[in-house]
Design a protein around this ligand. Structure first.
Ligand code: OTU
Length: 608
């Protein structure tokens, strides 16, 4: 029996579940049982969280004061309790949304940075326990910070209880996975599938003796893709997600959303059913835990992204947030080639989102920068002058006279450009400059590039997320190479350990670290004061020289970025403008220094 009279579940829950599973035997009884379980979870929701549900406005995360921070629990704070001790530090940065990479109990041994989950309900014992998680989420909430947790939808670890039962021969659990008994069948599917880790985990299937066949493993062989065409998988995953929500998780990063539905004859990415699944999850979340938001992690070309926010009758009823990886990648391409027209084109073609939805803007994250999302743009779609992604990647790998110190990730045998690893400091040339004898000029130039990238993420439409350690310009971490457990995985290059002077202040490596910290805080504070930078405020790209990206937010804030090292003259739109960093009044034109970022506020429609 539920404690509160339950309102009706949103109709999309039933509609989409019927489309997905309506043909399966005993569907109606299954659906009724599912709704009963959801009512129980609703009743179990703690009163503080119910209060949050009641008071939260639908656009709560759209405020310009929202700022994200993304970190590994162990690399950032040691344990969940260590993270809790660092809450004042996060507050001082202005953080209101903390994405902690997977802290659920992972597979023993290699676990893809926690993305091989052995138990969705348990906490990794090296990081703490469930009580620590509940305490951390409460502590964060008191500090005005929403906890975001990964929820790995596409796969579980091969030592998850479901996989173990499947291997032991239980047919119920065997059906939780995709198993092929025929090598020819595997080969047929493979012809159309892409590879996420072509180098360290080639192929999409792993032969398993105990299963007498091949198990679908899109990522590492120990990550078994879940069979979402099985309604039990949907139910189990939904309940696990809601139990985490009842422990205080306020946002879920839905990992690898693009891969959920497999259809023969396709690349099995972004299938219609994937969206029905996400809409059904959203509807259930909205019913049981309405304060909670969902974020799609779909690292796919921009044209594939609008459906993740819901389209047609489901517009605005899928994910609340999605990564704008095309803009992130375009920003780096601009920096490599001195071409602001690349992010300008991406922004011009970025679709308008439904109400109460937004992008995640970022410079770096725990993954590589995946270049293929820009395949269409680089080949000249939308009248953009073509560019070579291979040249962009080469720049960040330090080829030629580049001072970047990134590294290639997962180069495919076919030689196609895949991804690049490295911290922002390394990619912007700051790490190299730090080791240069006559350093002042090189340091300043690299710092300017670093801040250009962050000033863009902070001004572009969306919720900006700082990647752990960037706020103090941490360099690459090469130590993974001598650690046998991590040596094969190049992404550890940009997962450094944060060192602390005290829980409220990380150790600063040098004057550059301190300048980046100060400057970044200044940009953040400025952003917080500008309602024109709300997530949902309009964004209009304006004409600018090729090296420059310039866009207007709400017709009142003009953000300008010079991606070349040369000085460029920028003609300003009519009116009088205040340069918010220089506190100077401007009209006519603005000479931009190399790699300069400016935010101008309109003070009047006419020149003085
Ligand atoms: C996600 O990544 C996670 O962010 C990665 O850390 C995990 O390894 C992966 O899932 C498996 O859980 O394709 O859309 O570097 O961009 O793997 C999902 C490649 C993904 C990642 C890619 C990504």
């Amino acid at each position: 029996m539920s404690l509160i009279p339950p309102a009706l579940p949103p109709h999309l829950l039933e509609t989409q579940l019927r489309r997905l599973y309506g043909h399966s035997e005993g569907f109606d009884a299954w659906l009724l049982a599912l709704l009963a379980r959801l009512r129980d979870l609703q009743a179990l929701r703690p009163s503080t969280l119910r209060a949050l549900d009641a008071q939260r406005r639908a656009d709560w995360f759209c405020d310009q004061r929202m700022l994200g921070y993304c970190a590994y629990v162990d690399r950032f704070g040691g344990t969940l309790r260590g993270v809790a001790e660092r809450v004042p530090y996060l507050q001082s940065l202005g953080v209101r949304y903390l994405h902690l990479l997977p802290f659920t109990r992972p597979r023993a041994g290699d676990n893809d940075g926690g993305f091989a989950v052995a138990d969705y309900d348990d906490v990794d014992p090296t990081l703490g326990n469930v009580d620590d998680l509940v305490a951390l989420s409460a502590r964060l909430r008191d500090a005005g910070i929403s906890l975001c947790s990964d929820f790995v939808l596409n796969h579980c670890a091969e030592d998850h209880a479901w996989a173990r039962a499947a291997r032991a021969g239980d047919p119920h659990y065997r059906a939780y996975f995709h198993v092929m008994e025929d090598a020819a069948d595997v080969a047929d599917w493979e012809t159309r599938l892409r590879q996420v880790f072509p180098h360290t985990a080639p192929g999409n299937f792993t032969h398993c003796e105990a299963m007498q066949g091949w198990v679908w493993t899109t990522f590492y062989p120990y990550q078994w893709d879940l069979n979402w065409s099985n309604r039990e998988v949907f139910a189990e995953m939904l309940f696990a997600l809601l139990r985490a929500a009842n422990r205080g998780v306020e946002a879920f990063r839905l990992d690898s959303t693009g891969f959920l539905w497999k259809r023969r004859g396709t690349d099995c990415m972004n299938q219609a059913e994937t969206h029905w699944i996400l809409q059904a999850l959203r509807a259930a979340v909205q019913w049981v835990a309405p304060a909670v938001i969902l974020k799609a992690e779909a690292i796919v070309p921009m044209r594939e992204l609008p459906p993740y926010f819901g389209e047609g009758e489901a517009r605005g009823q899928e994910c609340h947030l999605a990564y704008h990886s095309s803009l992130m990648t375009a920003g780096w391409s601009a920096l490599a080639l001195g071409r602001g027209d690349i992010p300008a084109a991406v922004l011009r073609h970025t679709p308008a989102l439904p109400a109460n939805a937004g992008w995640i803007q970022y410079v770096r994250c725990h993954d590589d920068i995946g270049w293929p999302v820009l395949a269409a743009e680089s080949s000249g779609s939308g009248r953009l002058r073509p560019f070579a992604l291979a040249a962009v990647a080469a720049h960040f790998h330090g080829v030629g006279d580049s001072d970047a110190e990134g590294e290639p990730f997962q180069t495919a045998p076919t030689g196609e450009v895949h991804g690049s690893n490295g911290m922002t400091a390394a990619l912007c040339g700051l790490s190299r400059a730090r080791r240069t004898p006559d350093r002042q000029t090189a340091l300043r130039c690299a710092e300017t590039r670093f801040l250009l990238m962050y000033a863009l993420a902070l001004a572009a439409p969306g919720l900006p997320v700082i990647y752990m350690g960037d706020e103090i310009a941490l360099d690459n971490d090469h130590s993974y190479r001598s650690d046998p457990a991590r040596a094969h995985e190049g992404r550890w290059l940009h997962r450094p350990l944060m060192a602390w002077q005290s829980p409220s202040q990380p150790q600063l490596a040098d004057a550059s670290a301190s300048r980046i910290q100060t400057e970044l805080r200044t940009w953040i504070n400025l952003r917080q004061s500008l309602p024109a930078l709300r997530l949902d405020a309009s964004c209009t790209v304006i004409d600018a020289p090729t090296a420059v990206l310039a866009f207007l937010r709400e017709n009142s804030l003009l953000a300008i970025f010079n991606f070349s090292k040369q000085m460029v003259d920028m003609a300003l739109p009519q009116g009088t403008w205040r340069d918010l960093r220089a506190d100077a009044l401007l009209h006519g034109s603005l000479p931009l220094e190399g790699y300069a970022a400016h935010w101008l506020q309109r003070t009047s429609e006419t020149p003085p």
